[in-house]
Design a protein around this ligand. Structure first.
Ligand code: PMT
Length: 400
């Protein structure tokens, strides 16, 4: 999931639920968002500027003026944001927001904001159901703001009922859905098959031949394709990545042979195939039934060639647009172009282990894309942004 490039303004007001905001900020930042936090003076009783700014990686403001005479511009912060999230929103802050009672930095910033505003109320149950709260929430909705309703459960007062601030994961999901709904569905109606991660080739019941692929590149591609409206079939070797997206069906496999079989269950029906998996080229000829004992100084394992999944896809290509990856350490461009031809691909994405931050495991990658006639070079970016570049390029080719 990604908030790459998104600017999120969080306004914290003074309620006990403010402690949960640490998790929300961490989640947003981890997913690539830039987060600016402002707080009401009362919020400082519940969370510290130090803990919040450590997580948000930016100074946190509660006042219009800094200690050294600087001006914390509410207008600049308001216009900077892609969304504003008021969480927790106390009944006091809610009331000030809807009635324009502009007596602190949070309200002044809110009143200057042109972006969508999400209000996440948190208060004790009687306050939450009070007619004035209900009226104020209705007013906020009538202004076009989104309310993320309080949940039911045990409250700080010890009472049980509705009033608990929505959990950070729920808030993240709602904001994510909001951003996704604004993405143009350029791959609507398309089925995209993506291979990801490493393959593990068993030596015996405890050992295998594998590689350092984390699956990140492939999972980022799956997520981006889904955001663009595609139906995604993601076939991944062993990876700790996870995905929770209704448009993505994840199939977990272990070996290259299993990956090949899974790919060809769907191959006829797909429009685009992207092979980002780091498939082991060789596998042990025999898999020992029992754990191999360390008796001798040397051990020889005979390896046999694995099927080349992408090459087979290229040979059986009818209508599919095929994208390969090339992971190289030398003669990069020559090798990548060779694979483009040999595997009958429409385009190939080259990443070189000689580029710092590129290739395996990192959250970043640096790529060059080749077709038979074109070459495009990209700078080092997050894998989420690399996925966008790759799919933009695929789309540009499909339009030709
Ligand atoms: O998973 P990450 O940690 O995020 O790392 C991403 C990555 C570095 C694994 C990814 O960006 C990448 O480069 N994937 C391809 C790695 C690779 O195996 O490259 P290759 O040059 O050996 O293979 C060329 C192409 O043939 C690849 O598309 C590969 O998926 C495919 N192939 C290779 C061998 C084989 N037996 N079957 C295949 O389908």
């Amino acid at each position: 999931m990604s908030f790459s490039g998104k600017k999120i303004l969080i306004a914290i007001s003074g309620g006990i639920a403010a402690y949960k905001i640490h998790f929300l900020i961490r989640d947003f930042v981890k997913k690539g968002a830039e987060v600016q936090v402002i707080m009401t003076p009362d919020a400082e009783h519940f969370v510290t500027k130090l803990s919040i700014s450590t997580l948000s990686k930016k100074p946190v403001y509660t006042e219009f003026y800094g200690d050294n005479g600087t001006w914390n511009s509410h207008v600049e912060m308001a216009l900077w944001a892609d969304v504003m999230v008021v969480a927790p929103c106390t009944s006091n802050t809610l009331s000030k927001m809807v009635h324009g009672m502009c007596d602190n930095l949070v309200i002044a910033t809110y009143m200057s904001a042109k972006c969508p505003v999400f209000i996440v109320p948190a208060m004790d149950l009687d306050m939450y159901v009070h007619p004035s709260t209900k009226k104020n929430l209705e007013l906020a909705e009538s202004f076009g703001h989104s309310i993320i309703p309080a949940e039911s459960g045990e409250l700080a007062s010890g009472l049980v009922g509705q009033g608990r601030m929505s959990e950070p994961e729920t808030i993240t999901r709602i904001i994510e859905d909001f951003f996704n709904s604004n993405i143009e569905k350029t791959l609507d109606g398309k089925t995209v098959l993506i291979t990801a991660g490493p393959t593990y080739e068993a030596i015996d019941p405890v050992r295998f031949i594998g590689n350092h692929s984390s699956g990140k590149m492939g999972f980022s591609l799956a997520e981006e394709a889904s955001k663009r409206g595609a139906k995604v079939i993601l076939i991944s070797g062993p990876s700790s990545q996870f995905i929770n997206d209704k448009n993505v069906t994840l199939y977990k496999v272990t070996s290259a042979k299993e990956m090949l079989a899974k790919v060809f269950e769907f191959y006829d029906k797909i429009d685009i195939g992207i092979a980002s998996a780091a498939v082991a080229d060789y596998a042990p000829k025999e898999v020992a039934k029992e754990k191999i004992k360390k008796n001798d100084d040397n051990l020889t394992i005979e390896l046999v060639k694995n099927p080349d999944i992408l090459k087979t896809m290229g040979e059986k290509k009818t209508h599919q647009f095929l994208v390969g990856f090339a992971l190289e350490t030398q003669n990069e461009e020559e090798n990548a172009k060779g694979k483009l031809d040999k595997k009958n691909l429409d385009m190939i994405v080259l990443n070189s282990l000689r580029d710092e931050g590129a290739g395996f495991k990192n959250d970043t990658n640096k790529i060059k894309i080749f077709t038979k006639t074109e070459k495009k070079e990209f700078t080092l970016k997050s894998k989420d942004d690399v996925a966008k570049d790759i799919l933009d390029f695929v789309e540009s080719q499909l339009l030709k």
